[in-house]
Design a binder for this molecule. Sequence first.
Ligand SMILES: Nc1nc2c(c(=O)[nH]1)N=C([C@H](O)[C@H](O)COP(=O)(O)OP(=O)(O)OP(=O)(O)O)CN2
Ligand SMILES: [Zn+2]
Length: 141
Amino acid sequence: MIYITRKVEFCASHRLFNPTFSDEKNAQVFGLCNNPNGHGHNYTMEVTVKGDVDPETGMVLDLKFLKKLVTEEIIDKVDHKNLNMDVEFLQGVIPTAENLAIKFWEVLEPKIGGGLLHQIKLYESPRNFVTYRGQVSERVD
Ligand SMILES: Nc1nc2c(c(=O)[nH]1)N=C([C@H](O)[C@H](O)COP(=O)(O)OP(=O)(O)OP(=O)(O)O)CN2
Ligand SMILES: [Zn+2]
C-alpha cells in the first residue's frame, strides 16, 4: 500500500452563519466570521489516494488523472467564488473547513472509485486545517 497526493490551491470567500439561529446567536457562535460582508481565504487542499503500485505502469493512479479530476470537479467550481452562494454542491452547507472537506470527499470519492481515496486535508490558513478520511464504513485500511 502506498499513498500519492495532489496538492492544489484556491481562493474563496465565505460567511459563517446558521440560518436557523437568531442574529444574536449567530454573532455569539461565529463571531467575526459572521460578518455579513463575508471574508476570504487562500485555501490549500491535499487529496491523497492509496493503493498498490501497478507493476505494469509503476503507478497507483496517474497523477495527471488526479489533477484533472480535482481541477474540474472542485477547483473550477470554488475558485474565486462565494462558498455560501455560488457552488451548487455547497447549497445549504455552513462553509466551515470541516464541511468543505466532507463535501469535497463526497464529490471526489465516487469518481476515483475502488475505495482509493484515503484523505482530504484542507487548509483554511497555514495554521488552521482539517483532515477527513470518510465515514468509518467507507474505509478499508
Ligand atoms: N472548527 C472551525 N472553526 C472555525 C472555522 C472552521 O472552518 N472550522 N472557520 C473560521 C473562520 O473561517 C475564520 O476565518 C478563521 O478565523 P481565525 O481562527 O481567526 O483564523 P485566522 O485566519 O485569523 O488564522 P490565524 O491562524 O489566527 O492567522 C473560524 N473558526
Ligand atoms: Zn473564514
